[in-house]
Design a protein around this ligand. Structure first.
Ligand SMILES: Nc1nc2c(ncn2[C@@H]2O[C@H](COP(=O)(O)OP(=O)(O)OP(=O)(O)O)[C@@H](O)[C@H]2O)c(=O)[nH]1
Ligand SMILES: [Mg+2]
Length: 326
């Protein structure tokens, strides 16, 4: 949700439909709720509902029980290049309304279009919005509502990073995944590892060392390289064959003594890690550890779905976390 022209549809198209950021200039204003299923192409299963900016909560056709009742996360987009006082009022109205219906909603505020701001004004805008939004909640006696803030832009990786964090909060298996990644990296001398949803380039989990934007960008770019190269040169006999399958793996040596290594986990997920070249001299150990890791990931998801769901999925490795609409 968010005011008109704040960038909601652009975010959805760039992250989930691979639209290039420049093309969003031609997007038309949304005039009804647009629902998109992120389930058949991706590991994370949910719906995204894109709301029109001018939506009116007082309108009798606005069914807040239906809309907020099954909602996992509410992403509220604020245009940081514009005057944001109206947006803050709308934010307050939206979160208090949603909280009344459903106290489990995660509230995520995207301070968006920050590509137009300097580093200093980014920080200042975030501080100001954070302060005002929380003051509004305190003044109306709703201090129990928690808001998370993210600085985002569709022109760099920040939007993917922010969406990764939103989606991670909705994955009940997250602690188990993080734990497995921690074990994997400490036994393989890896610096940083991510579990990526290949289609959206959202990371589902990472080890517990801090994420720096550069490592994340490198890993995202690596996925693009792998998909593009296999799309062009792979499997010429079968034109419809996916560019990412259980044979997918890639190793890129950078000229600063760092290695990027990618392995397929299942048809939606890739393990991508960064390590020092000196620590890659025994690749067999890393590959062996990876096989154990992959096995464990599959167990995490097999254990967390019901037997009847498994039967209709047919394939256990593709079993995924069922999360609620975002
Ligand atoms: N500079 C910049 N422009 C952006 C960004 N995201 C979106 N825009 C632009 O903002 C304009 C409005 O984007 P939309 O996605 O249509 O906005 P919306 O929130 O869906 O608007 P409504 O559907 O009318 O509610 C477009 O021209 C986008 O190109 C961003 O990160 N940076
Ligand atoms: Mg729109």
């Amino acid at each position: 949700m968010g005011l008109r022209r704040s960038g909601k549809s652009s975010i959805q198209k760039v992250v989930f439909q691979k639209m290039s950021p420049n093309e969003t200039l031609f997007l038309e204003s949304t005039n009804k709720i647009v629902k998109e299923d992120i389930s058949n192409s991706s590991f994370v299963q949910f719906q995204i509902w894109d709301f029109p900016g001018q939506i009116d909560f007082l309108d009798p056709s606005f069914d807040s029980d239906m809309i907020f009742g099954g909602c996992g996360a509410l992403v509220f987009v604020i245009d940081a290049q514009d005057d944001y006082m109206d947006a803050l009022n709308k934010l307050h109205l939206t979160v208090t309304k949603a909280y009344k219906v459903n106290q489990n909603v995660k509230f995520e505020v995207f301070i968006h279009k920050v590509d137009g701001l300097t580093e200093d004004s980014k920080m200042e805008t975030q501080r100001d919005i954070h302060q005002r939004a929380n003051d509004d909640l305190t003044d109306s006696g709703c201090e129990q509502i928690h808001l998370s803030f993210h600085l985002t832009s569709i022109y760099d990786h920040s939007i993917f990073e922010a969406f990764s964090k939103v989606v991670q909060k909705l994955i009940p298996q997250l602690p188990a995944l993080e734990n497995l990644l921690n074990i994997m990296i400490s036994n393989s001398a890896i610096e940083k590892a991510f579990l990526f949803d290949v289609v959206s380039k959202i990371y589902i989990a990472t080890d517990s060392s801090p994420v720096d934007m550069q490592s994340y960008e490198l890993c995202c770019d690596m996925i693009d390289v792998v998909i593009d190269v296999s799309g062009i040169y792979g499997l010429q006999e079968e034109p419809e064959a996916p560019a990412f399958d259980n044979q997918s793996s890639s190793l890129i040596k950078l000229n600063n003594g760092t290695i990027l290594y990618l392995r397929e986990v299942n048809r939606f997920l890739a393990f991508v890690c960064i390590l020092r070249e000196d620590n890659f001299d025994r690749q067999g150990v890393i590959d062996y550890n990876f096989l154990c890791f992959r096995e464990a990931i599959q167990q995490v998801f097999v254990n967390s779905i019901q037997p009847n769901e498994m039967a209709c999925n047919g394939e256990t490795s593709a079993a995924s976390s069922k999360t609620e609409p975002t």
